[in-house]
Design a protein around this ligand. Sequence first.
Ligand code: ADP
Ligand code: ASP
Ligand code: MG
Length: 410
Amino acid sequence: MSLIVQKYGGTSVGTVERIEAVAEKVVGFRAAGHQVVVVVSAMSGETNRLIDLARAIHDAPDSREMDVLISTGEQVTIALLAIALQKWGCEARSYTGSQVRILTDSAHSKARIEEIDTDRMRADLDAGRVVVVAGFQGVDASGNITTLGRGGSDTTAVALAAALKADECQIYTDVDGVYTTDPRVEPRARRLDRITFEEMLEMASQGSKVLQIRSVEFAGKYKVPLRVLHSFQEGPGTLITLEDDDNMEKPVVSGIAFNRDEAKVTIQGIPDHPGVAYQILGPISEANIEVDVIVQNFAEDGSASLSFTVHRNDLKKAGEVLATVAAQLGAKSTTTDDRIAKLAIVGVGMRSHAGVAAKMFKALADENINIQMISTSEIKVTVVIEEKYLELAVRSLHAAFELEEMDRVE
Ligand code: ADP
Ligand code: ASP
Ligand code: MG
């Protein structure tokens, strides 16, 4: 008998009919002799609806109250799923994050899990019950409800699997695995049988929302066997593996990730001497704004300019901070641009291949797409381009790196 943690995402529990279909599927796993813990998301669209309700009242609602509000979506689906399981004659119990005691820090809307009490879940499993747990939420040491960031139910599932030492964590969603890129943008994208944690981490951090980045971090850290599968179609899905043990030649590029959530800010005509970057980015970081790609340029008059990307939600705040800094530094101007997109090619095979970035730049140049910023690491190359070219860029890179061919064995 194995212990499986399964997570069903928003579209998979988006209607009462789908919740019943999920219940039927879980019953099948029980009948096959497995112990099952199920994590569910809110019905698709629900979390956004709740956020909009609060924003209709206040444009900067209190973060503690927001977590009380947006955690309710998952409380609905856990109860409905438990009821559906019971209708099938399957004993089941639902729990909120706080009832399980998924203890987190107090960083509302982006809390980190610190500890999970497994006693209650174990007792239910031993009594033959299916345990249904609300994703995306926890509780801090003072008893306040917290949430784990958008897409956080993935992290709940992986964390529960780690705490319970489950045999596998299965993430059921509306695609049948992890693809070379988002199949909604490139229909010729191919499902990968396996992808390494390292690559999946880069894909997630560069914008592939099929798995929340923290869930991949957790799975890597606690060596949780993780698989992405389709909720309602049979298939092997994609296994997220520790570094491949076979000697197979790796594809240079495994996937393409992209992100439309970022914006660029630039400060021009700043002095070129030590400490200036710190004077600019220090206050940005103090304002709790995360910075991603950074580029510095020099003008012929000896002055410098600095551009960096931030999340679009932080653009206004970043612009305000920068205006103050610009005045202090006597900078010429500051500009903001929210019509950019970030695009990255990812692959562990890049380590042993030169010229990958050049090939990427050529493919973009052939389509006349201007690259505004570049950043690289051992296993990825990221560029910032104008948003309107994003889909064209994804498709041309997908073709240039022959990703639709990659699973074929010659
Ligand atoms: P859920 O609600 O089940 O958590 P998400 O919408 O969060 O589902 O994640 C699944 C979606 O991720 C897919 O519908 C797909 O459009 C998108 N996606 C982005 N990049 C990829 C990728 N590389 N492989 C598969 N899906 C991807
Ligand atoms: N319901 C939450 C969200 O929409 C968490 C999740 O779906 O994983 O972000
Ligand atoms: Mg998701």
